[in-house]
Ligand binder design. Structure first.
Ligand code: GUN
Length: 291
């Protein structure tokens, strides 16, 4: 039987609406307008589209957004100076530095410089440490979006075997951390696979929930999936013929999976919705600390 398609676009629309309502209530109660500062360095067209979409989402949800555009040749010191200014600006609650950054800039140095209370990507080591310990301040947007997709689709994670394909700092590692936590939408048994995993298909075939985040177009084939499994595809890959595909061979895998996310229209819109959630959280934390 063909898989149920998990409609991330529709679920994200509902979440944005819900968060928009919370933003309205927060603004009325506190008199504070949540404000996200986005930093875009260079001319990568995909990054420019991502940032524009994030800004559009903010505005629709009642969150102020400002864009700081810097040239491709920006020196690290100049970017650090901008981050210091945004950290000190009491009107700015969230800072998002769009990745990747140009080669002359060390990403870790930049991400470490963002104030942990404004770190809406949850990339700062303090925030990652808090996630590891199960007392998060912010949840990382893409893994949190995947987790919400599972909940909204009625997928039971407790006791399930979740296999995460990919060990990136942005998706794979934090995804595994969220799923092994105690609590709602978690309590899974988690395996993390990567490029050095032996007999990968034998591991992925054990997954009740398979999360593909390796950045290789249509890498997950039908033979790698257990019949009835829930497949979450984090990948966004542009093929030479212009088609946008995920890390999963969608047409083949949908024949065998129980449920599957499409690309586009699966995880992507959820990532953006979770950024709104984190920006509201950041504004709330900062308003409370000033009371
Ligand atoms: N580039 C690709 N994904 C992300 C993300 O989640 N956050 C940021 N800041 N940049 C990205």
């Amino acid at each position: 039987m063909a898989a149920r398609i998990i409609d991330g676009k529709e679920i994200a629309r509902r979440m944005r609406q819900e968060i928009g309502g919370e933003v309205t209530a927060f603004r009325e109660e506190s008199g504070v307008i949540p404000h996200l500062a986005a930093v875009l360095v260079g001319d990568d067209p995909a990054s420019a589209v991502y940032v524009r979409n994030k800004q559009r989402d903010c505005e629709a949800a009642g969150i102020r957004s400002t864009l700081h555009r810097l040239s491709d040749s920006t020196e690290q010191a100049e970017l650090l100076e901008l981050i210091r200014r945004l950290n000190a600006d009491r009107d700015v609650h969230g800072i998002l530095v769009q990745l990747p950054l140009p080669g002359q800039i060390d990403e870790t140095t930049i991400l470490d410089a963002v104030s942990p209370v404004k770190d809406v990507d949850a990339f700062h080591p303090e925030n990652v440490g808090r996630i590891v310990q199960g007392r998060p301040r912010f949840l990382p947007c893409t893994p949190h979006g995947c987790q919400r997709l599972l909940v909204e689709s009625g997928v039971e994670t407790a006791g399930a075997h979740a296999v995460v394909l990919g060990r990136s700092e942005i998706v794979g590692k934090p995804m595994a951390l969220l799923l092994i936590q105690k609590g709602e939408a978690a309590n899974a048994t988690v395996t993390v696979c990567h490029s050095r995993t032996r007999d990968l298909a034998s591991v992925t075939r054990q997954a009740d929930i398979l999360i593909a985040a390796i950045g290789k177009p249509e890498f997950v084939t039908r033979e790698m999936v257990k019949p009835g499994a829930v497949v979450i595809d984090v990948g966004i890959n542009r093929l030479d013929d212009g088609r946008l595909v995920g890390d999963v061979d969608f047409e083949a895998v949908r024949e065998i999976a129980g449920a599957i996310t499409p690309v586009p229209g699966g995880v992507g819109p959820m990532t953006r919705a979770m950024l709104l959630r984190n920006t509201l959280t950041a504004a709330t934390i900062q308003a409370e600390s000033r009371d």
